[in-house]
Design a protein around this ligand. Sequence first.
Ligand SMILES: Cc1ncc(COP(=O)(O)O)c(C=O)c1O
Length: 427
Amino acid sequence: MKPTRRSETLAALGGDPVIPKGALKPWPPVGALDRKMVLASLEGGQHTYGPNCTALEKEFSDWSGLKHTLFCNSGTAALHMALVACQCGAGDEVLAPAYTWPSSATCCLHHNIIPVFVDIEWSTMNIDPDKIEAAITPRTKAIIVVHLHGLTVNMKKVLAVARRHGLKVIEDCCQAHGAAFGGRPAGTFGDVAAFSTNQNKIMCSGEGGFFSTNDPATFERGKTLWYFGENRPPDAAAGYHAYGMGWMYRSSDLVAAFARAQLTRLDANLAKIHANAARLTECLADVPHLILPTTPRGHRHNFYNYTVRFDMAAMNRADQARAFRDKLVVALRAEGVETGVWQGWPVPEMTALQAKDAYGRGCPWSCRHAAPVDYSLDQYPVARRHCDWHTGMTTPLRPPNGPRMAQLVARAFGKVMTHLDQVDQIK
Ligand SMILES: Cc1ncc(COP(=O)(O)O)c(C=O)c1O
């Protein structure tokens, strides 16, 4: 047998990696403006909710096209506030995609709301708008749509169903800064939107989030949760008094200062990520057995996460898809590609959901206001296949990494996907 050259040997088996150590630059780039603004806040003396928070809310409103914004300490907090803003409560059902970040759906549990899952669409990896209607019951109050990986859901279809059934629409835009549908920005279609600014997001501030809406009454209702339930009626005296149930969802001035600095670069970063993603798609076109992400006509993808599916059927690996995918990811990582499996399970498959016990004694499913719901997994075949077949990347497409990194990533994919016999040998 002809000996394999080192450059053809997978790095996972001792060959040379395609992407040299240190070539990948971390996210986010931090510059002089970030330092200046955070230091100014530090020295400004108001480290709790302060002037940078109010300035940021105004600037984000101007950027997003959503008139009313509160800066929160996470996207999850903003989602919880969104549910309350939409008047969802004990025993109500809220629809969510079967595949997403868990808190897109577990936000319901904080308010005794029962999440009901809808399978995803294979092509977009988003909630399947054609399957929403079948999941609606007389208890359904809202739909949480998640613009996953930065690709917008078909909001025309979602809004048509919501209108027919009188449902509220919450947009989980945690990954969708700058995404659009029909030329309109994500977040401006539904009743309320939640954004995240955690470190991995395209606009980031360490941790944080925005609760945003165009409707003043919705805004006021969501706000009731934001600060200890201390929503003083106009005629009440000042004082630390809970007028209702509240959480502590505010963020701080230091974080807001960082977020303001990052916001100044958001549009430039979005353009660079888009260009890098286009280059990657071009370079991956001839790599065998890959199913590349697509952007349907009329949608704008922000490529928050560039998610690729391995065609397990074409590789005759469908019966061992998950194990083989894990080996492919090991092989790619050894080549220097920062890729991974972001979510390995459909949300309804996760322990708390299968056990129907979020915070003891079967709550909230055992709440007397709730009706039984079924989370049997055969209802989510597309989400399950996606979980076993995919890998996804964020940092390689983010500045300061450029088109050269996209080319290297594609070369590493090419090397791995043309040496499947070696992938089989990975332990
Ligand atoms: C789709 C989605 N929804 C919700 C969240 C929650 O955001 P956070 O981590 O800011 O609470 C995230 C982020 O992790 C997310 O990706």
